[in-house]
Unconditional design. Structure first.
Length: 253
C-alpha cells in the first residue's frame, strides 16, 4: 500500500468515525460508553483521537527531530458540546491529511519508533483511526470490520512495530521461545512470530512448527491483537493457553 492509498483510506475512516460519533449523539444526554475501551465514553474517544491528530500535526508541521517540548505545545481546548466536539475532530483530521499530502512519505520527523518519517506516522495513524472507528461504532451497535487492506497491513505492523514498543514501554518478561502463527482466512498471508529474550522475530517459513495457530480474517486477527476481540473469535489449533499469554508478552497500551 502506498502513501496515496493510505491517505484515501485515512479519509474514509475519518468520515466513518465522524458518522459513528454523530449517531451516538442524543441531545441533552452524555455520549455513551465505549465497551471496547473500559472507562471511556465516546467523548473521551473523540478527545483522545482529536488530540493525537493535533499533536502529530505539530510534529509534522515543525519537522521536529525530537519529541515536542510540552512547555511549548499549546493544544486547543477540547469542546464539551458533542456536536462541536465532532466538528473539532473532523477539522483536525482534515488538517492532518493536508500535511501528509504536503510532506509525502519520506520527510524525516521524530517518532517513538525506529523509523523516523512522515510515512511511518500515516501508517500508524491510519491503523489507530481504523481501530477507533470500530470502537465508536461498537458504542451504538454492531461495528463494521476493518477494511481488508488496512487490516492486512496492520497485522504485520503489530509484530514489526507495536509489539517491540509495547514490550519496552511495559517492561514485559523475556520470551522463552514462544512461537505463534496468525493465519489470514480471507487472503494468502500468514505470520509466524517468535519471542526470544527481548526480541520479537518474524520467521519467514509459513510451515515452521509453532505452539499455537490462530486463524481468522485480517480484520479479526488485527482486532484480537489490539485487544478488541477475544481468542474465541478465531479458529485456534495447538496450545490455546498460549493465546492468553500473548498479552503478557505484548502488554496492552
Amino acid at each position: 500500500m502506498d502513501h496515496t492509498e493510505r491517505i484515501t483510506l485515512f479519509q474514509s475512516e475519518a468520515s466513518a468515525f465522524e458518522k459513528a460519533v454523530r449517531r451516538a449523539v442524543d441531545p441533552g444526554e452524555p455520549l455513551p460508553p465505549v465497551p471496547s475501551c473500559p472507562g471511556w465514553s465516546v467523548s473521551d474517544l473523540v478527545g483522545h483521537l482529536g488530540g493525537v491528530h493535533r499533536y502529530l500535526a505539530y510534529v509534522l508541521r515543525e519537522r521536529l527531530a525530537a519529541p515536542p517540548d510540552p512547555a511549548g505545545l499549546a493544544l486547543p481546548e477540547v469542546p464539551a458540546d458533542p456536536e462541536a466536539l465532532t466538528d473539532w475532530f473532523a477539522q483536525g483530521a482534515r488538517e492532518l491529511v493536508e500535511l501528509f499530502r504536503e510532506l509525502g512519505p519520506d520527510t524525516p520527523v521524530w517518532s517513538w519508533s525506529a523509523e523516523h518519517s512522515s510515512g511511518f506516522w500515516l501508517r500508524m495513524q491510519l491503523i489507530e483511526l481504523a481501530v477507533h472507528r470500530w470502537d465508536a461504532e461498537a458504542a451504538t451497535g454492531t461495528p463494521d470490520p476493518l477494511d481488508p487492506a488496512v487490516a492486512a497491513d496492520a497485522v504485520p505492523q503489530t509484530f514489526e512495530v507495536m509489539a517491540p514498543a509495547r514490550r519496552s514501554w511495559k517492561q514485559a518478561p523475556p520470551g522463552t521461545g514462544e512461537r505463534y502463527r496468525f493465519r489470514r482466512t480471507d487472503g494468502p498471508e500468514s505470520w509466524t512470530v517468535v519471542f526470544a529474550g527481548d526480541e520479537v522475530r518474524l520467521e519467514p517459513d509459513p510451515t515452521a512448527p509453532v505452539d499455537v495457530e490462530a486463524a481468522g480474517t485480517a480484520s479479526d486477527l488485527d482486532l484480537f491483537l489490539w485487544g478488541r476481540l477475544p481468542a474465541t473469535a478465531l479458529r485456534v489449533s495447538g496450545d490455546a493457553t498460549r493465546l492468553q499469554q500473548w498479552f503478557t508478552l505484548v502488554p496492552p497500551v
